[in-house]
Design a protein around this ligand. Structure first.
Ligand code: AKG
Length: 276
């Protein structure tokens, strides 16, 4: 099994593709070991945090800047996370999303030279070890249900920041091959897998791997691959950026006129849209 690669190995796109097809994912450590576009986005995120501390009068009860925002200024942190999400609104983030380094691998994995993205599909994560994070905890799911448009699509999950091994993502290898997953929507609108099916047909049958957060790494995974968040139990922030890509030439995308899910409301708290 070869799922985890290192950017120091010369990357063989054919090998990446055959493993991606088989297991539903490939992970490349140190992918951004020397990458000005990545650095620029990572720096911008830090600058935005520094900016809000300069210009807003924030209550300070924790020395960690992001934990402090989570504790004392939810809407400020929500606004920052929203800048990197649904869809990314920071130019250095948009540049990273469309950088050749990423897109060339996406083209190879999806087998297409016409790559697009889906509405609502970017997500910036700054996960602390606070209990409130449970609100955004992603239980076992596939991304396709949330982005739609086409199953010929993938998620790129990028490790940012400096914290390491502070939570991460777990994947059920080969689960992208499951047909007709029985799902229901829970009270929060999340797609849950029927419990018995999950225990008997997923937990018992598919191998799970856990990839703990590593800055500068990238994970490419099929949007049908089942995965879940691993909680951050450390006092270091887990900063990650998710970008999603699709094959605009796929039959499904064309049939649907490329429609995916539509953006709903703005802000971290979807049920309380910002008032003007
Ligand atoms: O917590 C993570 O990094 C994974 C999040 C996730 O699975 C998602 O947003 O679809």
């Amino acid at each position: 099994m070869n799922i985890i690669f290192d950017n120091n190995d010369s990357l063989d796109f054919k090998l990446l593709k055959s493993n991606y097809k088989k297991y539903g994912l490939v992970i490349i450590k140190n992918f951004f070991s020397d990458d000005a576009i990545y650095e620029s986005y990572d720096k911008d995120l830090k600058k935005i945090i520094a900016l809000v501390y300069r210009v807003k009068k924030l209550k300070i009860t924790d020395s960690n800047k992001i934990i402090n925002l989570r504790k004392n200024a939810q809407s400020v942190l929500g606004g920052i996370l929203d800048l990197g999400s649904k869809n990314n609104k920071i130019l250095s983030g948009i540049k990273l999303k469309s950088s050749d380094k990423i897109v060339n691998i996406v083209k190879a994995l999806l087998g297409s030279n016409m790559i697009g993205t889906m509405s609502l599909s970017d997500r910036l994560i700054m996960a602390t070890n606070l209990k409130i994070e449970n609100k955004w905890f992603q239980n076992v799911h596939m991304d396709y249900n949330y982005v739609m448009q086409t199953k010929t699509s993938l998620t790129a999950h990028i490790g940012l920041g400096s914290g390491k091994n502070n939570g991460g993502v777990a994947f059920y290898l080969k689960s992208h091959q499951i047909k007709n997953l029985p799902l229901y929507k829970d009270d929060n609108g999340f797609h849950q897998i029927e419990k018995d099916f999950f225990i008997n047909n997923i937990e018992k049958k598919f191998t799970k791997i856990e990839f703990l957060h590593q800055p500068r790494s990238i994970i490419f995974f099929d949007s049908k691959l089942l995965h879940h968040t691993i909680k951050n139990n450390s006092n270091k922030i887990r900063t990650a950026q998710i970008f999603r890509y699709s094959d605009l030439k796929s039959q499904e995308a064309i049939k649907k006129n490329w429609v995916g899910v539509e953006p709903r409301k703005i802000g971290d708290d979807y049920f309380n849209p910002i008032k003007y």
